[in-house]
Write a protein that binds this ligand. Structure first.
Ligand code: ATP
Ligand code: FE
Length: 337
């Protein structure tokens, strides 16, 4: 049973071939064009997807060493994401499924981030149901109770910026290039996380907020730079470490609250920010100190990739959850809907 999966929700085009739960290939074309604009330009993204998609699918098939006639189904990202980007993957998947006469399977990108934990990977055991998932990515911050593959409940989410945005916007304030999240992580490893303090927002329940942090960093940098124009340059590592520690603290407080409320202590993270070493360390500490069992996906399944779309395709295939050709892309697409 082979599944071809396509991901094109934002600025990465990706194609993967899965044999049951295992990825035989998972290729990603990252669009560098957006770097010079300091953020993703939707029109440029969809054009680049159009250029990338066919060669990328051929590469995924070649790396998997299979012919397209061996495919059992095609899975694609229906949403959420940029409409123009999603349309490219959606139309491509529809046409190929029609041409090959094999089933089409739509996938919710945010469910896929979570279910990436079920891709077979060396040394990894998937979380047992129910588990808590913290999805931290460029566009989302969600705390989800996962009762089964397709039975998920959002317990809380961000009221404004996503965690990835908080990282990227803070990086921008420090004059770092886009996307700055990974750079903050790198500089933070050389800095003192306790050097500067930023306020932790008071948000009721299990929801999050990150826009206040961005504002307080802005004022902090303006204030300090007024005394010393070279402040950012001299203190870069300490500022990065302090910002990262604040973001991790915000996330961990809510996770602890969710564990206390649900009694579920199997905790998984997913999404691009799951690559962050600060959050990984905090989870490892929670295993030791709080008795949690934590799950962190392999790096290649954290940021956008078609492998995670493929695992959902496989699970839906087993369940007979196929999609008909009237399906259309959805820019906004809540999980579980
Ligand atoms: P969504 O899934 O919500 O549609 P997205 O797919 O654009 O958003 P991802 O690709 O999952 O987002 O994640 C990208 C984000 O992850 C960026 O904001 C990037 O800065 C951030 N990121 C990646 N690596 C790290 C890291 N090591 N530390 C902090 N942030 C990181
Ligand atoms: Fe994503």
């Amino acid at each position: 049973l082979y599944i071809l999966a396509i991901e094109s929700s934002c600025d990465d085009t990706s194609a993967a071939v899965l044999h049951h739960r295992r990825t035989l290939s998972n290729v990603v074309a990252t669009q560098r064009i957006h770097e010079e604009y300091g953020g993703v330009v939707p029109e440029l993204a969809s054009r680049a997807h159009q250029q990338n998609i066919v060669p990328l699918v051929y590469r995924a098939l070649a790396e998997a060493n299979i012919d397209k006639k061996q495919l059992s189904a095609i899975a694609f990202t229906r949403g959420p994401g940029l409409l123009g980007s999603l349309l490219v993957g959606t139309s491509f998947a529809k046409s190929l499924s029609l041409g090959l006469g094999i089933p089409l399977i739509e996938v919710n990108h945010m469910e896929a981030h979570i279910l990436s934990h079920f891709i077979e990977a060396p040394g990894k055991t998937p979380p047992p149901f129910p588990f808590l998932a913290l999805t931290i990515s460029g566009g989302h911050t969600q705390l989800v109770l996962v009762k089964d593959y397709f039975d998920m409940k959002i317990l809380g989410e961000t009221l404004d910026d996503a965690v990835g945005e908080a990282f990227d916007k803070s990086a921008k304030l420090l004059g770092l290039p886009y996307p700055g999240g990974p750079l903050i992580d790198r500089y933070a490893s050389q800095g003192d996380p306790g050097r500067f303090t930023f306020p932790i927002p008071k948000v009721p329940g299990l929801d999050f907020s990150f826009s206040g942090l961005k504002t307080s960093i802005l004022y902090f940098l303006q204030r300090e730079s007024a005394h010393d124009p070279e402040f950012v340059e001299k203190q870069r590592d300490h500022i990065c470490a302090s910002i990262q520690a604040t973001i991790v603290e915000i996330l961990m407080r809510k996770l602890k609250k969710a564990v206390a409320q649900t009694g579920v202590h199997h905790v998984a993270i997913a999404g691009g920010v799951a690559a962050n070493s600060g959050i990984r360390k905090a989870l490892a500490a929670a295993e030791k100190d709080l008795g949690w069992v934590t799950y962190v996906p392999p790096f290649e399944y954290c940021t956008d990739n078609a492998g995670m779309i493929g695992i959902v395709g496989y699970l839906k295939y087993l369940d007979g959850r196929f999609t008909d050709y009237r399906v259309s892309a959805r820019a906004r697409y809540q999980i579980g809907s």
